[in-house]
Design a binder for this molecule. Structure first.
Ligand code: SF4
Length: 459
């Protein structure tokens, strides 16, 4: 086993699945609705091109194991994807049933049904034993892009090592996706499946320096960078170092790993993307009485999906639009007493803003102070790519690694990259597709290098 992980019963109770699974009977009924389209648009709409009609057909015939195998051939993280993919705009959005004014086939729930049965069975993924290749690859980062790249390379006979600074594998799937969408245990069992395929994991192993990179370059032929997004950006306002300020990824990771099991009072989340919403909903479910989301723009400018916003409203999150935080103060003894605040309360000063051209202008006399117990910044994230850029000629733009989209290769031919550190933060399924693509890019590069060595030897 990669690691032992015990679910916290309190967290499990408060963060029960947002969407319940299908019963076996419902799965058979739903799978029989599928038309098994010849040119299935659902398949084309999936970035990893899962053979949707075929895996659904196998569920209809009671062959759940065969169904899971068909899915895993295309997407080794299909269990996670079935829970977190925005299927409304991917496979289910493309389903032909829409043309007949009928509800789309519930592809995500069917996929989850097959994958849950497979993982619950504990059976290993039976793969044809790959012919060993003289190819050693390191995948830095333990998230979806690296795991997908590692699995695909392993299938092709390469020796692969996944290296991650944290104690548990899975990256954002383990540490950053809300528990009610994707429980930690589900993320870990997918990583375990990849370990069973023969991928080595080196956890608690940061790669921070030029010397760390040099060591990896000496050991491996190619290096895949799947480090995801780095630390959350700072608010850059006075008072930000107060211990009551906790960034959104740290909050999500803390409750998912059982380090925070309850919150109270008023929480202010600054930002309104998907991660901000996950953090706000988490704060409510952990017991916070009031949760505000403070956003410098309006609802129409949100990067979060509409259904996420609606979900947040249903959870009781209150939105403060067109407001900027300007400073954080610790409430004085008098303020604690006069305003009936709990010990350790913070005061978040905010101002109203309006959009003028591309910038925001502060409205006069709009200062508004929010007494609160915690402030959770969630205002975008910055990739950790500076070292590669400065030391290894890996060109970046706006902090993202530039790659050849066909191969995943960076401007340094020994480095490939994919996932959030390339695209700035998209879906898990996009990271999986990037990782797979880069695996084939690495294979092609290693074959080309072998041929050119042979030509030199014959010359
Ligand atoms: Fe089935 Fe819909 Fe895909 Fe057609 S488009 S194969 S009906 S899921």
């Amino acid at each position: 086993m990669l690691t032992e992980f015990t679910e916290d019963p309190i967290i499990r109770e408060r963060f029960r699945d947002l969407v319940p699974p299908l019963t076996p009977q419902a799965a058979v009924v739903e799978s029989n609705r599928c038309l098994n389209c010849f040119d299935a648009p659902c398949m084309g709409a999936c970035p990893t091109h899962i053979d949707v009609p075929e895996f659904i057909k196998r569920i209809a015939s009671g062959n759940l194991r065969g169904s899971a195998h068909r899915i895993l051939e295309a997407n080794v993280l299909a269990g996670s994807c079935s829970r977190v993919c925005p299927v409304e705009v991917l496979c289910e959005g493309a389903c032909v049933m829409h043309r007949y004014n009928r509800p789309p086939i519930q592809i995500a729930l069917l996929q989850r049904h097959a994958m849950d049965a497979f993982h619950a069975s504990g059976e290993p993924l039976l793969l044809e034993q790959p012919s060993p290749r003289n190819l050693k690859v390191a995948c830095i980062g333990g998230g979806p892009a690296s795991l997908a790249c590692a699995a695909e390379l392993r299938r092709q006979g390469a020796t692969v090592t996944v290296i991650d600074r944290r104690a548990l594998p899975g990256g954002l799937n383990t540490y950053g996706v809300a528990e009610y969408k994707l429980p930690v245990a589900h993320s870990l069992r997918e990583a375990e499946l990849i370990r069973e395929m023969g991928v080595e994991f080196r956890l608690n192993t940061p790669v921070d320096s030029s010397a760390d990179l040099a060591t990896l370059e000496a050991e491996f032929d190619y290096i895949f960078i799947g480090v995801g997004l780095g630390a959350m950006q700072r608010l850059n306002i006075p008072g930000e170092n107060h211990p009551g300020v906790l960034n959104a990824l740290a909050l999500i990771s803390a409750y998912k790993t059982g380090h925070i099991t309850q919150m109270s009072g008023t929480i202010v989340v600054v930002g309104a993307g998907n991660t901000a919403i996950d953090a706000a909903v988490a704060a409510r479910r952990l017991g916070a009485d009031t949760v505000y989301m403070l956003y410098r723009r309006g609802a129409a400018d949100l990067s979060a999906f509409d259904f996420e916003l609606e979900h947040a409203r249903q959870e009781g999150i209150q939105f403060l639009w067109h407001r900027l935080p300007v400073s954080i103060r610790t409430a004085s003894e008098d303020q604690l007493e006069n305003e009936n605040l709990a010990d350790g309360a913070l005061l978040l000063d905010t101002v109203a803003v309006r959009k003028v051209g591309d910038s925001l202008e502060e409205l006069p006399n709009s200062l508004y102070t929010i007494p609160c117990n915690k402030i959770v910044p969630a205002i975008g994230q910055s990739p950790l790519t500076q070292l590669l850029n400065e030391e290894r000629f890996v060109i970046t733009a706006d902090g993202r690694i530039l790659i050849n989209r066909e191969t995943g290769q960076t401007t340094n031919p020994r480095f490939f990259a994919g996932g959030d550190c390339v695209n700035g933060g998209r879906e898990v399924v996009d990271a999986v597709a990037d990782g797979k693509r880069a695996a084939f890019g690495i294979l092609a590069a290693s074959i080309a290098a072998m041929h050119s060595e042979t030509e030199v030897a014959h010359a």
